[in-house]
Design a protein around this ligand. Structure first.
Ligand code: GLN
Length: 190
């Protein structure tokens, strides 16, 4: 199993480390050429969604990434990655817009919005959740399933091949959310 990690900006190295722990191969996507490699899944990391969206376009990766996701490539977006996938982005700009969720950017406030909790994620169990200037999901539609809520706000969801978390599982020692994503990829391949 080979997973591409969008490495234009943000917390991509941490995702690679978790995948390594799980025995999954990964590679960094820094330019259009990198998208030619065999890829079973894609991770869009946390960072700054506006910058990442701009770089996707400037590096001419936007159309390719978007159509791969639309065609069923399993994708996992964390934090800024969630915003990039959202069809509605309050306080930001719609970027890839492939997933039936409405995201609110910097939903917990810009500076004081960093905190950690432990909460239940459907299909995974109780997991530590680290939030850093995080968004949350204000609404889901279509076939999107809510996977986790913290204080009444949706912080994880899945729609078919697309998984998003408002928190950063790559910043904890817990590998189970990534393992869940690897299972999504295995299902897609089967
Ligand atoms: N606030 C960032 C954004 O709007 C997301 C923060 C993060 O990814 N940790 O893109």
């Amino acid at each position: 199993m080979r997973i591409g990690i969008l490495a234009l900006q943000g917390a991509f190295a941490e995702h690679r480390m978790i995948l390594e722990k799980l025995g999954a191969e990964s590679f960094e996507i820094r330019q259009k050429r990198d998208l030619e490699q065999p890829m079973d899944g894609l991770i869009i990391p946390g960072g700054e969604s506006t910058v990442m969206g701009k770089l996707l376009k400037e590096l001419d990766c936007y159309d390719e990434v978007r159509s791969r996701i639309e065609n069923g490539l399993p994708v996992f977006g964390t934090c800024a990655g969630l915003i990039l996938l959202a069809k509605e982005a309050e306080g930001g700009k719609v970027q890839l817009g492939t997933m039936d969720i409405a995201a609110r950017r910097n939903a917990y406030g810009r500076q004081l919005g960093s905190f950690a909790v432990t909460a239940e994620m459907k299909g995974v169990g109780e997991v530590p959740m680290v939030f850093i200037r995080a968004p949350y999901i204000t609404a889901v539609s279509g076939t999107t399933e809510v996977l986790a809520e913290v204080e009444g706000k949706i912080v994880a969801a899945r729609e078919g091949n697309q998984l998003v978390t408002a928190f950063h599982p790559e910043l904890t020692a817990d590998t189970r959310v990534h393992d869940y994503f690897l299972h999504m990829i295995a299902e897609a391949k089967a």
